[in-house]
Design a protein around this ligand. Structure first.
Ligand SMILES: *Cc1c(COP(=O)(O)O)cnc(C)c1O
Length: 384
């Protein structure tokens, strides 16, 4: 299916709403039926029917079709946050005694989910360095039910060979799941590489304007229906129609925004790599990235999120640099219109900063939609 068709037409049923170009926000919690027979039929298949907006809603259904098609998946479920799109399927598919092989250093709340939440219910997880497929094979146990990936992960930007891991998992009957927030479906298509479940934080590129929190999960219709009829409806992390509408709007310009962020990241990372005060730059499309070849094989482009460190990186130096930025904002999240910096330093207590720990020295940066020269100039003055 063509990208332009998905973003502009798919799922839209304009004759049903006065040929409006922009779909209506169906701000209704429930939907009425004329006969008991119709009502009964809908109740028997809530996955497809509009009964109640904790389940399905017409505005969400437009978005659902577009997001499933973008991933090349049969169906999609929408959530009120990216972490809900990750937590609900894991809680649903894993039971006491099951084991998970996950990458080391996933999104931090995912690590907490495995250790603090799922651990309480008797699910165990082994975190492996994802750079080598053999690590997944070695960590697999007879009770391994799921392999969890995030390629690339944020902060250290390490990749996994998605196709080879999916092949191994299929052979063993293990479910595979990936967090694809970094690339979005435009730059990486894990379903076509054999992955079963693809989660995304739509808060980032899909929303794209730093004004919503939302999540997406895609996969086979059978899996989506199974999840919907169980934990999805029980946990109730439903997306609101208003937020779904903002996501449809975000999708219209997604190709432009992500390409711009990618192009600017090329310029900004190139600038930082040659700056005398900068030590390392971590970005998958850097020519000197350890997995540059794999990145170019499985990713069509690269997000505008990267990390870097300063030479002789003292706590004071990092703080002075971050505090000195005039336009680049300091904060969490990414994928919006605004450039952001997030020093790891902000998440650790002063006395715990360890100069020898490279992680502590790292600053994560996202380039937004500003002029590249505007961003570079701000970095230049803060670095000086
Ligand atoms: C932000 C983020 C999440 C969590 O998404 P929310 O929408 O904040 O719940 C998960 N994975 C990655 C890679 C993220 O950046």
């Amino acid at each position: 299916m063509e990208l332009s068709f998905i973003l502009n037409e798919l799922g839209e049923d304009r004759e049903n709403y006065f040929n409006a170009i922009s779909p209506p926000v169906m701000q209704s919690s429930n939907f009425a039926f004329k006969t008991v027979a119709d009502f009964r039929q809908a109740m028997a298949n809530e996955f497809e029917a509009g009964i109640y907006s904790r389940g399905q809603n017409p505005t969400l259904n437009i978005l659902r079709k577009k997001l499933a098609a973008l991933d090349g998946a049969e169906d999609a479920l929408l959530f009120s946050s990216g972490i809900a799109a990750i937590a609900v399927p894991l809680i649903s598919l894993l039971k006491q005694g099951d084991h998970v092989v996950a990458i080391k250093n996933p999104y931090n709340w995912v690590e907490k989910l495995f250790t603090n939440v799922l651990g309480k219910y008797g699910v165990t997880a082994t975190f492996v360095n994802g750079n080598d497929v053999q690590n997944f094979i070695d960590a697999t146990q007879p009770n391994t039910r799921l392999i969890y990936l995030e390629s690339p992960n944020t902060l250290t930007f390490e990749l996994q060979d998605i196709t080879r891991i999916a092949e191994f998992a299929k052979l063993k009957g293990i479910i595979t799941m990936i967090d694809n927030s970094y690339c979005s479906p435009l730059f990486q298509k894990p379903i076509s590489m054999g992955i079963d479940l693809v989660a995304q934080s739509a808060t980032k590129y899909i929303g794209g304007h730093s004004d919503i929190v939302a999540g997406v999960l895609t996969g086979s219709k059978a899996l989506m229906e199974q999840l919907f009829n169980n934990e999805f409806m029980n946990i109730g992390a439903a997306l609101s129609p208003q937020t779904a509408w903002l996501m449809i709007r975000g999708l219209r310009t997604l190709p432009l925004r992500i390409q711009r962020s990618f192009e600017t990241a090329k310029l900004v990372t190139a600038y930082l790599r040659t700056h005398h005060a900068v030590d390392k730059v971590y970005w998958p499309f850097n020519p000197d990235h350890k997995q540059a070849e794999l990145a170019r094989r499985q990713m069509k482009g690269c997000g505008g999120l990267f990390s870097f460190t300063l030479k002789n990186s003292s706590e004071e130096k990092i703080e002075r640099f971050c505090n000195g930025l005039k336009h680049i904002l300091m904060g969490v999240s990414w994928g919006g219109h605004e450039s952001l910096v997030m020093p790891v330093l902000a998440s650790i207590n002063n006395h715990e900063y360890d100069v020898a720990n490279e992680r502590h020295q790292m600053m994560r940066m996202y380039v937004g939609l500003e002029d590249p020269e505007y961003i570079i100039e701000d970095l230049r003055q803060a670095l000086s």
